[in-house]
Design a protein around this ligand. Structure first.
Ligand code: FES
Ligand code: FES
Length: 178
């Protein structure tokens, strides 16, 4: 069964040992997702599968036949406002959420999935109240982004960009300071 990657159906690799990251980068030319550690420690390779974030360096491409994979290239292409960039991509530019940019595709994919998790009410390690929904505080965002490292230390801009995006997507939750 094909894998759908950024809306395009592709056959899984013949070699079942190929990671989803290598498949996208080396066989499909989708080089937006980055290989940092290649062992699940940095988040640079983060992609979305059916809307949930995964570490593509630790995932075999053949695991995802029949699934919907989105990389950073797909986020831009699916921009609902037609501006060529996803709103969170624009936010990273406006808030200086990067320096070298190596971690940025993974950060943005994680940020998009983070909002989906908040909408579903999924708690994190720092969620105090497990019965009343999740308040998307700065601490909550920092905790949920803790798997995405930035060696340039652009964390303030990253959190600001994601906070603004969370505020736009969850306007009824005023606790976020954009
Ligand atoms: Fe996948 Fe670092 S390259 S977590
Ligand atoms: Fe350089 Fe994050 S912007 S590693």
């Amino acid at each position: 069964m094909p894998i759908t990657i950024n809306g395009r159906a592709v056959d899984p690799p013949a070699d079942p040992r190929v990671s989803l990251l290598d498949f996208c980068r080396e066989q499909l030319g989708l080089t937006g997702s980055k290989k940092g550690c290649n062992q699940g420690a940095c988040g640079a390779c983060t992609m979305l599968v059916d809307g949930e974030r995964i570490l593509s360096c630790l995932s075999l491409a053949v695991q995802y036949d029949g699934r919907q994979v989105t990389t950073i290239e797909g986020l831009a292409a699916n921009d609902e406002q037609g501006g060529g960039l996803h709103p969170l991509q624009r936010g990273f530019i406006e808030h200086d959420g990067f320096q070298c940019g190596y971690c940025t595709p993974g950060q943005i994919c994680s940020g998009v999935a983070l909002v989906a998790e908040l909408k579903r009410g999924l708690p994190s390690h720092v969620t105090a109240d497990l019965t009343g929904g999740v308040t998307p505080s700065r601490e909550e965002i920092q905790e949920r982004m803790s798997g995405n490292l930035c060696r340039c230390g652009a964390y303030n801009g990253i959190v600001e960009a994601i906070s603004e995006y969370v505020a736009a997507e969850l306007p009824d939750r005023q606790e976020v300071a954009a």
